[in-house]
Design a protein around this ligand. Structure first.
Ligand SMILES: NC(=O)c1ccc[n+]([C@@H]2O[C@H](COP(=O)([O-])OP(=O)(O)OC[C@H]3O[C@@H](n4cnc5c(N)ncnc54)[C@H](O)[C@@H]3O)[C@@H](O)[C@H]2O)c1
Length: 376
């Protein structure tokens, strides 16, 4: 059965396909202002490569796709053959995109950084508190009618104040989460990343001086040499790396075994960064250990046994799901495609907020293979 597609601005001189309905209107206004006819797939099902290829057809100028779709080299070759010259992922991560394949076809690949950072970090913080303070377990207990009176030992969890938070992948989201935990709970921070995050370290140093000036204990931010050091040291470990070959199963059975028995592991990056089978086993054998997961190895499936564990808090990949962020992502994805189709230059600032309100800036906000394609 063919999927239903809605066509906006049918008289446009350019044709752009969008594989899922997107929130808000600004993204559509941007594409219509760029004289595009916009065709939106109405189905909630994940589109296959064949279905997307079929929709691209003989003539298609650009596409906005989803992280659930396999944007492989064949798909970019099909887009190129249809006269296409612009693609944007509706995500900041692009592990679902064969960027080399897109580059080989001369197709710029956009992503949507800058509007997910705080929102995703907030979900990591929410999962941390939920897991550590057993919020979901206690909610289920209440709903089941099991609360028969206050007890000194009921649902005891972890105190965060003054403990150590560990971050694996301390880029935009990792650093934002780290700051929330340092500022909110006065935690000390350790991190593992391929690069030093000097801004974060400088901020925590200044913040610590402020705390000390007010008679409070200092806090620290320290880059550790190995991921093993972070796993051993931290009371909470939160994962914020990209997913690529270097991070696949970065958290495995051996590294889980290094963590404190009552530690908390949070993953809001991508599912395959954690060996989920090993995590299920670890949570079974370490009842004091807690995990909070937004992402899963075989989404939408979970590894057997995960959903039976009381010490695991699970949500369906909603870390970026605030209205502001999801509309912002749509706006940036549309601005990437419209910007490239209109020959606009690349936006060079880190701050993408000017795209979200007022006049549309005549730039493409974020193209990951711009350097390889000579776009500037
Ligand atoms: N769950 C969600 O809804 C959601 C939302 C937004 C982003 N994400 C995921 O979060 C990831 C991070 O986003 P970001 O905006 O912070 O990206 P970013 O590029 O700013 O940060 C990623 C960090 O990971 C580090 N890194 C890369 N390889 C590593 C390795 N082998 N070991 C240690 N560190 C490594 C990088 O140096 C960088 O500092 C995205 O790639 C995406 O997959 C998930």
């Amino acid at each position: 059965m063919g999927k239903e597609w809605t066509v906006h601005n049918p008289g446009g001189s350019r044709r752009v396909i969008v594989t899922k309905q997107l929130p808000g209107n600004r993204w559509l206004d941007i594409l219509v202002a760029a004289d595009c006819t916009v065709e939106v797939c109405e189905s909630d099902d994940v589109l296959s490569v064949d279905e997307i290829t079929e929709r691209i057809g003989d003539h298609c100028d650009g596409a906005i796709g989803q992280l659930t779709e396999d944007w492989n080299a064949d798909l970019f070759a099909a887009l190129k053959a249809a006269g296409g010259s612009a693609y944007s992922n509706y995500a900041v991560g692009y592990n679902n995109v064969d960027v080399a394949g897109a580059t080989a076809s001369g197709i710029p690949v956009g992503n949507t950084p800058g509007v997910l950072t705080e929102t995703t970090a907030e979900m990591a913080a929410a999962l941390t508190l939920s897991a550590g303070r057993r919020v979901v377990e206690a909610d289920r207990f209440m709903r089941a009618g099991n609360y028969h009176g206050w007890l000194p030992t009921m649902y005891m969890g972890q105190r965060f104040h003054g403990k150590t938070v560990g971050i694996i992948g301390c880029g935009r989201i990792g650093a934002a989460y780290g700051r929330m935990m340092v500022e909110g709970f006065k935690m000390n921070l350790v991190y593992f990343d391929l690069y030093a995050n000097e801004n974060l370290e400088a901020f925590v140093k200044d913040y610590s001086e402020l705390l000390v000036a007010h008679g409070e204990a200092p806090v620290t931010a320290t880059r550790l040499d190995t991921i093993e050091d972070v796993m051993r040291t931290a009371d909470v470990v939160s994962i914020h790396t990209v997913l690529d070959e270097s991070t696949h199963h970065l958290v495995n059975a051996e590294r889980l075994a290094l963590m404190k028995d009552d530690a908390i592991l949070i993953n809001s990056s991508r599912g395959p960064v954690v060996d989920e089978v090993a995590l299920v086993e670890h949570c079974k054998t370490h009842p004091e250990f807690k995990a909070g997961l937004d992402v899963f190895e075989d989404e939408p499936a979970m590894k057997p046994g995960l959903n039976e564990l009381d010490n695991v808090t699970i949500v369906p990949h909603i870390a970026s799901a605030t209205t502001w962020t999801r509309q912002g992502m749509a706006t940036l994805a549309a601005a990437n495609v419209a910007g490239i189709l209109q020959g606009h230059p690349l936006w060079t600032g880190d701050d993408v907020l000017p795209f979200l309100d007022g006049d549309f800036p005549p730039y493409a906000p974020s193209i990951v293979n711009a350097a390889d394609l000579g776009i500037n």
